[in-house]
Design a protein. Structure first.
Length: 402
């Protein structure tokens, strides 16, 4: 099996996913095209060498629909022979896109592929593409469907995380992200977004709230109490997990991932393809895995998939220098730290989605690039990237610096 190497990784800044956000005027197509353009421009890449473009997009409808990967490649000026494919595994779509790119290389069927993701959440509302799982009783009832926020609160209740625990984690995420931006740790990856006139509209993450503290978070009401109590989902959670007597609602906007716009891309190729293009590999994709987990509690998939991945790769946390886990909700990360008794100092060292936001289809690609930059900055070797996924799944990838 051939090795799949990472040659470059870029991302846009994350813009607040509201109508007054800086990226609201920029379509998903333009965001994705600008990420692809940055990959080709930075590397002097002859795009006819690219065998495929795989992009994650969780709500591929309207202007973001119709195979946005192919449209973005054309909009970025890539050779017309470069195909594109849009994929959706909810929050892990961007990481799965890179994994699929790597699989094409490893199998020997392609030589150079770009994996990435895009989401314009200010223009295409979350959940715009609908879905059977929350809507059809045939699947919703037997699988104990509940909104993700209820599942996050169920995790906190079941595993003993208090409101203060979740808020303290959120404050730390904000501090780490603010420090990372101040120290220019993202300068190698973040490319500014420009408008149709070529003017920069955003060059840094817009969602950060660096002044966040326990007092400011303490003033926020839990977001899912009414949904759980009056909507009946607390009863569903307790029915799925009868060991829990009552749901403790601890999550709110300040300790949950932010809704944002953004795009990212990673250039993956074989050793021969990189040499032919005059490129130097930055890392090798060592292993990756996916798994299904319990759909009711939903967000514990990172624990399950990490165990699966380590078994397949014959590794453990003793072999891993840094970890990136998507901060969908504070309890997701707290449960991961608890399950593996991890030192928080090597997990999400530059903050995460609570501080910077979670552009669904792009986040997995973004955090892969973030941890690669950090490995290089610290002169470390290996990292694990993982995300929880709606409907109960998990995706994880291990990369190794070259």
């Amino acid at each position: 099996m051939a090795d799949a190497f990472i040659y470059d990784a870029v991302r846009t800044p994350r813009g607040r996913g509201k109508t007054d956000g800086a990226l609201h005027e920029v379509t998903a197509l333009s965001l994705a095209a600008q990420a692809l353009s940055a990959i080709s421009d930075r590397n002097g890449l002859d795009t006819k060498l690219v065998d495929d473009v795989v992009l994650g997009c969780v709500d591929p409808v309207g202007e973001a629909g119709g195979d946005i990967a192919r449209a973005a490649a054309l909009a970025a000026g890539y050779n017309q022979k470069v195909p594109g494919m849009q994929i959706n595994r909810f929050c892990a779509s961007g990481l799965d896109a890179v994994n699929m790119a790597a699989a094409q290389i490893m199998s020997g069927q392609h030589d150079m592929v770009i994996g990435g993701g895009v989401e314009s959440m200010s223009r295409i509302g979350i959940g715009a593409s609908g879905g059977a799982w929350p809507m059809d009783p045939q699947i919703a009832v037997p699988s104990y469907f509940m909104p993700q926020g209820i599942s996050a609160d169920l995790i906190a209740t079941k595993y003993g995380f208090s409101r203060d625990d979740c808020d303290a984690y959120a404050v730390e995420s904000q501090k780490r992200a603010a420090a990372a931006w101040k120290k220019k740790r993202f300068k190698n990856s973040v490319v500014p977004v420009k408008d149709i006139n070529g003017m920069t509209v955003l060059d840094s993450d817009e969602h950060l709230r660096p002044d966040t503290d326990m007092q400011s978070l303490g003033s926020l009401n839990p977001s899912f109490t009414i949904m759980g109590e009056m909507g009946g989902f607390d009863a569903v959670a307790i029915q799925a997990h009868p060991e829990v007597e009552e749901i403790n609602h601890v999550h709110h906007a300040g300790n949950s991932s932010g809704i944002v716009d953004g795009a990212a891309a990673v250039l993956v190729g074989s050793k021969k393809a990189g040499k032919s293009a005059g490129l130097k590999p930055r890392a090798r994709i060592r292993a990756f895995a996916n798994i299904g987990s319990e759909p009711a509690i939903m967000l514990t998939g990172p624990v399950d998939v990490t165990e699966k991945l380590f078994k397949r790769a014959r590794m453990d946390f003793g072999d891993i220098d840094l970890v990136e886990i998507n901060e969908a909700f504070a309890s997701v990360v707290l449960r991961y730290l608890q399950a593996f008794d991890l030192d928080p100092k090597r997990v999400n060292v530059n903050g995460g989605a609570i501080a910077m936001g979670h552009p669904l289809g792009a986040t997995g690609t973004m955090i892969l690039g973030t941890v690669l930059d950090e490995l290089e900055r610290r002169d470390k070797e290996t990292a694990l990237v993982t995300l929880c996924i709606g409907a109960g799944m998990g995706t994880a990838t291990i990369i190794e610096r070259i």
